[in-house]
Design a protein around this ligand. Structure first.
Ligand code: UDP
Length: 239
């Protein structure tokens, strides 16, 4: 849980859309910002695992709308997430000299290790950043769900949900000027009020297992470090 010193092991979830800077492909400015912030946190001795989405390449549900079979579209989309992982690995290793391992839920030995939970933990204990690719490896799921599942399995204390907004609001702040941000909210209240934190599968995994979720703005420099230190930024969802 959250101590005065912050967290010791965290899972950082990055949306693919943000990673692509709003376009198809990878935005080096965003990847650079993220890598710099992760490097700062790792230097402080915190163990970091990362899950990256794939919305900047494909989403299975959207491919299905265009006539493709859903599961095949989902596999294409999962492969997209791996490209994001490799980009982050490159920035972490070459700009910051941080050892990094990409572990994928679909085997592809030339570019990544298979996801083996105990090995992932070992990597983190050695100070390596572990980046999980290909989501859960299963169609019909999401990278939010992968984030929740991996966080639980490898013993992370919190899921840091990096977004383009600075937390959870009572309504959409872009369309509703009366929308207010929560500093803290319980899992139950999120459900009862129908607030948007993660998809239902991911959220119920967290709720059922008392996994806290911190929703915060990624693009404010230094925010990952603030989140890890347990500073009051964004919205903390906890039991
Ligand atoms: N996906 C999947 N199973 C998973 C994770 C992801 O099938 O376990 C597919 C799904 O099509 C999803 C896409 O990969 O829409 C990209 O993941 P996500 O939508 O979670 O990415 P984000 O919205 O975070 O960019």
């Amino acid at each position: 849980g959250l101590s005065e010193d912050g967290y010791g092991r965290v899972l950082l979830k990055l949306g693919g859309e943000m990673f692509g800077g709003g376009a198809v492909g990878v935005d080096p400015n965003v990847v650079g910002t993220v890598a710099r912030q992760i490097a700062e946190v790792v230097a402080g001795g915190v163990e970091v695992a990362v899950v990256i989405g794939g919305g900047n390449f494909f989403r299975g549900a959207e491919l299905q709308q265009r006539g493709m079979e859903r599961a095949r579209g989902d596999y294409m989309s999962m492969l997209g997430t791996v490209m994001n992982c490799l980009a982050l690995q490159d920035f972490l290793e070459r700009e910051h000299d941080i050892d990094t391992r990409v572990m994928t839920a679909i085997e592809m030995g030339q570019v990544a290790e298979p996801y083996i939970p105990r090995r992932a933990i070992r990597h983190m204990e050695k100070g390596r950043v572990v980046i999980f690719g290909a989501g859960t490896g299963m169609p019909y799921f999401s990278t939010d769900t992968a984030a929740a599942q991996r966080a639980l399995e490898i013993g992370c204390e919190v899921v840091l949900m990096a977004k383009g907004v600075d937390g959870v609001y009572t309504a959409d702040p872009k369309t509703d000027p009366t929308a207010e941000r929560f500093d803290a909210v319980s899992h139950r209240e999120v459900l009862e009020r129908g607030l948007k934190v993660a998809d239902a599968t991911a959220f119920s995994l967290c709720m059922d297992n008392q996994m806290p979720i911190l929703v915060f703005n990624l693009l404010e420099e230094g925010n990952i470090a603030r989140a890890v230190r347990g500073e009051k930024i964004g919205t903390l969802v906890s039991t």
